[in-house]
Design a binder for this molecule. Sequence first.
Ligand code: GDP
Ligand code: MN
Length: 390
Amino acid sequence: MHIHEYQAKTLFSRNNIKTPKGVLIANTKEASKACSELGGGIWVVKAQVHAGGRGKGGGVILCYDVEAVENACEKLLGSQLITPQTDAKGLPVNQLLIEAGQNIKQELYLGLLVDRQTQKITVLASLEGGMDIEKVASETPDKIIKFGVDPLGTLSLQDCDSIAQQLNLTEMLTEQFNQTLLSLYEIFTTKDASLIEINPLIVTVENTLLALDGKIDFDDNALYRHEDIIELRDTSQEDEKEKEAGEYQLNYISLDGTIGCMVNGAGLAMATMDLIEHHGGSPANFLDVGGGTTAQRVAKAFELIQTEANVGGVLVNIFGGIVRCDLIAEGILQAIEKVGLSLPIVVRLEGTNAQQGLALLSGSKYNIYTEADLTQAAIKIVALSQEQSK
Ligand code: GDP
Ligand code: MN
């Protein structure tokens, strides 16, 4: 689960990580009051969306008077913000964080994540933080310091010290850096985060370390034990299709490819996607309709896949272990009745009542290709969807 910058900063402040003073608003009318509350003569208006790269997308606006703040609010509120990290549609801006502008001497990067390769919670730190951190990581990876925390131990003050030393921080900054990193680690572990980033972590002209930005992702599987985190959810930032799928207990993730997949079981879904790739295609989605699925759920799943803009063909791959294949076939036919069939479709059924299911489909008035063999099914759908795109 993702949260907004302002929510991450609230968590930071509660854990003694310094952040700029800020006020959250949802209406331009609140802007001038926010400015006087914050004081000073420079303000930053920041769009609250679940994506980074806002600076590059025009979602972070530096203002030198109240009128400019109001103009920025007017421009951003109610708009869709497109950044290098969003899709072409962007994300809706419903809230803005207005902050007291800071005098930046240096922008650092500090992050924590679960490194799958080393299987450790890993600290990432760099002196070259800011909006081009991705470029630093790909072109000059040496400039990013990595430290894997011993899974049987914890992050110690000495560990923080050695990271600060590698960054060549002054003694005064080292103390603040250690405090910040220890607090981040505390948040990461107690709240079951999967990623925390402060980019930039700034050094102000007064030599104070401040978290100028904040990003926290949480492990969905652990949310059940964090009521306070669940409350931070903002569904306006979530993918419509994924949300709709969730309401039907469908596990759906939109992808960039052209072949829609409907599969039961996450493992089989992954294998199906691999097979599509192996035969020269690319999946448009990941979809696990679940083990004990119903005809109604299958119909919904089919509808979701077919209405995905880039889909050029659909591959259904069901192994009838708990679920009966004839039921799945009925669901597919129901869905076609409802939303029509505008795309080539290949259905592979195997397991309980597979023969009845396949017979139902091939005996229908629709043009449905049936296959008992998964490899053949994958080859067929790749060929059909390529023809479709010609
Ligand atoms: P992101 O682009 O979504 O990561 O948004 P950030 O919150 O990181 O802001 C982007 C950039 O805006 C930062 O890297 C800073 O360079 C700049 N910025 C943000 N707040 C301030 C501020 O208070 N003062 C100044 N001078 N620059 C700021
Ligand atoms: Mn940032």
